[in-house]
Design a binder for this molecule. Structure first.
Ligand code: SF4
Length: 346
């Protein structure tokens, strides 16, 4: 549905406009349709969002666009660079609050880890973000801007996106979908290179299953033993593993895709033979899943330590026929690794 007319929604941010929105606005203002294509190219292909710099548009049109559509930006408050090349950015958001984004170069990839909420309500025990609580939901365009800003303002390459920063993406579903559409339809990134990571929201997983974009889904399992998982992830006391598993099966069957299970290996918590056995039972057909074992990044003040049994645990899973990869989290020296985002500026 086309929402924009000059008089009804004069303050809609530029980032939220679709091509149809722009065309409708141009038509209402008496401009030919190709003007909308020109603006679109400036914004999404050339990375220019300042209307005054759109040199092939008439001056009066540039002025009218600037009056009609605000162009909110992220403001860089702080940046840290890891020895491994990873960079972590702390932003002031247009609509209030701060979040972090991590840019991770690795071989021929450059992955951006985006935040979807300011803080997080779920309070997973091993996670620095969880200690912050939830301040607010991000708008879809505020998620989109994290990548746009890195690509077009800081001129960093971007090949992949993961929703693994601050927040639980499926608890901010509509904004996440808006950003996902923006990444693929406006910024031209393949949905296959976008991973949504969830701690397990069955309703959200089922809604994702119905969508046609071929993005990836990762489920943060961390323990397949319900009592242990509840100790790590308080949400698990309210949503059973079986419920999540059913939703993952639906997802896999609807989309003909495998799901990735994220499993952060914590010393003495979830790294024993009984844990590997429980994981095998969880992955039993009809669920089709592979496992990423994640090396834990210690968070100051939290009691968890990385497991010394990483290789042995991987071998145990491989012997069970489970596809298992070890993921060394990057940027840990600047607290940019998994579970470390807590908006430090030191
Ligand atoms: S691990 Fe994810 S869902 Fe859990 S508290 Fe941290 S940000 Fe929230």
């Amino acid at each position: 549905m086309v929402r924009v007319t000059p008089s009804t929604t004069p303050t809609q941010p530029l980032w939220t406009l679709s091509q149809e929105n722009l065309q409708a606005w141009m038509a209402a203002e008496g401009h030919p349709p190709y003007r909308a294509s020109q603006v679109w190219q400036w914004v999404w292909e050339k990375g220019v969002s300042d209307f005054s710099q759109m040199s092939n548009l008439p001056a009066a049109l540039r002025q009218a666009l600037a009056e009609a559509f605000p162009v909110p930006e992220l403001q860089l408050l702080h940046e840290r660079k890891s020895q491994d090349g990873t960079r972590k950015f702390l932003w002031q958001l247009p609509e209030g609050g701060t979040v972090e984004t991590v840019w991770i170069p690795h071989q021929d990839r450059a992955t951006v880890c985006v935040s979807s909420q300011v803080g997080c309500s779920l309070n997973c025990r091993f996670c620095a973000t969880g200690q912050l609580g939830l301040e607010r939901q991000l708008q879809g365009y505020e998620i989109l801007l994290q990548v746009y800003t890195l690509k077009h303002r800081l001129r960093l390459p971007v090949t992949h996106i993961v929703y693994m920063g601050m927040g639980e993406p499926l608890l901010n579903y509509s904004a996440v979908i808006e950003s996902l559409e923006g990444f693929s339809q406006k910024m031209g990134l393949s949905p296959r290179r976008i991973t949504i990571s969830t701690v397990g929201i069955p309703k959200g997983i089922r809604r994702l299953a119905e969508r046609k974009e071929p993005f990836e889904l990762a489920f943060s399992l961390h323990s397949a033993i319900p009592e242990k998982r509840q100790k790590l992830i308080p949400l698990a006391a309210h949503i059973s593993l079986e419920e999540v598993r059913e939703a993952l099966i639906t997802y896999g069957q609807t989309r003909q895709e495998w799901v990735t299970l994220e499993y952060v290996l914590l010393a003495g918590e979830n790294d024993g033979p009984e844990d590997a056995e429980a994981l095998r039972a969880f992955i039993a057909p009809p669920l089709q899943a592979k496992v990423n074992l994640i090396v834990y990044n210690p968070v100051p003040g939290l009691p968890f330590r990385p497991s010394p049994r990483l290789k042995a645990f991987q071998q145990a899973l491989l012997r069970m026929g489970i596809i298992t990869t070890i993921r060394y989290s990057r940027g840990a020296d600047v607290a940019a690794g998994c579970g470390q985002l807590a908006r430090q500026t030191g």
